[in-house]
Design a protein around this ligand. Structure first.
Ligand SMILES: [Zn+2]
Length: 83
């Protein structure tokens, strides 16, 4: 699992009690990833989950019923990100 660094603003909030991990709707490739992780010894950060700081968590959480690709497109527009 990745450390808690906000996907939107890069804020590292591992020392504060804010924000959280948002699990988005799984894409076909995410189900494959889950299956792969059932193999003993396999660990990793779910490709359909991202950390969001206190400022961005609420908006991200509202989009959890979308896939991460769809949600990020909306979040990038919403927060006027350049990437
Ligand atoms: Zn943030």
């Amino acid at each position: 699992m990745k450390p808690p660094i906000c996907y939107i603003c890069d804020k590292d909030f591992r020392d504060s009690r804010e924000g959280g991990l948002v699990y988005f709707k799984k894409r076909p490739s995410d189900y494959e990833w889950d299956k792969k992780m059932e193999t003993p010894g396999m660990t990793g950060h779910p490709p359909y989950a991202e950390w969001f700081c206190g400022e961005h968590y609420e908006e991200a959480k509202k989009l959890e019923n979308l896939t991460i690709d769809e949600a990020m497109k909306i979040l990038r527009t919403l927060f006027k990100l350049k990437w």
